[in-house]
Design a protein around this ligand. Structure first.
Ligand code: ATR
Length: 258
């Protein structure tokens, strides 16, 4: 039986097994999709198993999206550009590293706002997630503003992608995207002022929770992109790479939406 799974640590809250299992069952594909919660010290050993072809495909999540790069025989153009892999699959005996986060990010945004033309974007953060988002926006011809606590990291990002680094937030933006981990905890601060939130058309928080930023935006009547849609859409692309088949979106969505 084919083996798929998600690699990360911790994985307690991962929704990927639900989503992929639902799609596998609906297509009657004989395969399992399990959680591989691997401690950092055991990653090398686990990746050796991957190299032997034990798994037909793996989703890769925090904190290993960059760590798995050296184990890939090939990287897709996107994974190479973003410098992060969220999908591993085996093709002709080779381990291929792919990134589908950028696709999920932009497609979920387009579900809420199909016409991105002329919108001013603010990206909060400059880590791996921010790189995937800036990459996706650049593909659409958009040059976002990037603000990060550590300015040097934002400058690094701007050396690779097309974006404008700011040291403080004074301007207003149409779309605010949170690519930091701030918001994971209920007591986390808002990274932008209420005035900036109120002036926005859309808030998109990549933390898969009702964060203080999302709560505030909702209260101000600002449109929200549900980041679970990003999770779904990156997963749909992943499933296609894993199995070569088109999964049923609705079945996948039903399994994770609540
Ligand atoms: P990921 O791959 O999920 O993007 P990362 O590369 O560790 O993870 O990046 C985390 C991002 O969240 C960074 O932009 C980080 O800012 P720094 O570069 O200054 O570290 C941001 N971040 C994390 N905690 C933060 C906090 N308390 N306040 C502001 N930004 C924070």
């Amino acid at each position: 039986m084919k083996k798929f799974g998600v690699l990360g640590f911790p994985l307690k809250h991962s929704l990927s097994p639900l989503m992929h299992t639902a799609a596998l069952q609906e297509l009657r594909i004989e395969a399992v999709y399990d959680k591989y919660e691997i401690a950092a010290k055991d990653l090398n050993c686990f990746m050796k198993r991957v190299k032997t072809g034990e798994f037909a495909g793996l989703s890769v999540t925090v904190p290993y999206k960059e760590e798995v790069l050296p184990y890939c025989d090939e990287l897709s153009e996107q994974a190479e550009a973003i410098g992060a892999v969220n999908t591993l699959y085996v093709k002709e005996g080779k381990v291929i590293g792919e990134n589908t986060d950028w696709y999920g990010f932009i497609e979920a945004l387009k579900e809420v706002e199909p016409d991105l033309n002329g919108l001013k974007f603010l990206i909060l953060g400059a880590g791996g997630v921010a790189r995937a988002c800036v990459y996706a926006l650049n593909k659409e011809g958009i040059v976002p503003v990037v603000y990060n606590r550590t300015k040097e990291k934002a400058i690094e990002l701007s050396n690779k992608f097309n974006c404008i680094v700011v040291e403080s937030l004074k301007d207003k933006f149409d779309v605010i995207v949170n690519c930091t981990s701030v918001g994971l905890h209920a007591e986390d601060p808002l990274l932008v002022s209420e005035d900036i939130i109120k002036a926005a058309k859309i808030v998109y928080d990549l933390v898969y929770l009702e964060t203080p930023l999302v709560r505030e935006a909702r209260a101000c009547g600002v449109k929200i992109v549900d980041s679970k849609r990003m999770l779904l859409l990156q997963g749909v692309k992943q499933f296609e790479l894993f199995t070569g088949e088109n999964p049923n979106f609705e079945v996948m969505w039903e399994s994770i939406k609540n």
